[in-house]
Design a binder for this molecule. Structure first.
Ligand code: FMN
Length: 188
């Protein structure tokens, strides 16, 4: 199984990364992980040039999206793990999501594999009703574009006081999702 994980925190090794690592550590089926941390990749903002409409599958910007496009299209499990900044996606991961417009503009999407998607949301404040609403809204078209079936949206609120690895409830939710992935269909 090929897993692509996109990590949207502007800090390395903090709550978002730890929550993701915890989930990955529970995946027991054979897998290959391609992790894209927004701090370690070069992904520029979409310039809305519409080049990808007449030139199907092409983006004029030459950066790490060339590889990420291909991986997002053909993986089996996509993970978007991100904090919220001002109740929305931080700017770097939003740029990556916006660049998916190239795939959205494809007239023939048959090369895009049907896949599962797991969303991990992290917020420093105690839970409030719209804490992850913008993330959910943004991902609506991202999921459709990449042919994703959502298997969970696990939220880690109040990380300012409760570090992700101390949030037993959310960790248990991640573990339950990993268990489902680990259980072959035949045994269900
Ligand atoms: C610019 C900025 C804006 C933030 N805005 C919010 C917010 O609107 N709501 C919230 O719950 N937390 C907010 N936070 C807190 C982060 O979501 C929190 O610190 C989270 O743990 C960051 O992820 P990380 O630990 O992986 O870096 C903000 C943090 C920053 C730096």
């Amino acid at each position: 199984m090929e897993i692509v994980a996109i990590v949207g925190s502007h800090r390395n090794g903090q709550n978002t990364q730890k929550a993701l690592d915890h989930f990955i550590s529970k995946i027991k089926v054979e897998h290959e992980l391609f992790e894209y941390n927004v701090n370690k990749i070069d992904v520029q903002a979409c310039i809305a040039c519409d080049h990808c409409i007449p030139h199907q599958g092409e983006c004029v910007i030459e950066d790490d999206m060339t590889e990420i496009y291909q991986k997002m299209e053909t993986c089996d499990l996509l993970i978007v793990a991100s904090p919220v900044y001002f109740s929305a996606f931080p700017s770097k991961i939003k740029a990556l999501i916006d660049r998916t417009q190239m795939i959205y503009n494809l007239k023939d999407k048959t090369a895009i594999k049907k896949k599962k998607i797991l969303i991990i949301g992290v917020g420093g404040a105690p839970y409030y009703p719209r804490q992850f609403q913008a993330v959910d809204n943004t991902l609506e078209w991202y999921k459709k574009t990449l042919s994703c079936d959502e298997i969970g949206f696990v939220q880690f609120s109040h990380t300012d006081e409760l570090p992700a690895l101390d949030n037993k409830k959310s960790l248990a939710e991640l573990e339950a999702i990993a268990d489902k992935i680990n259980t072959p269909m035949a045994k269900k």
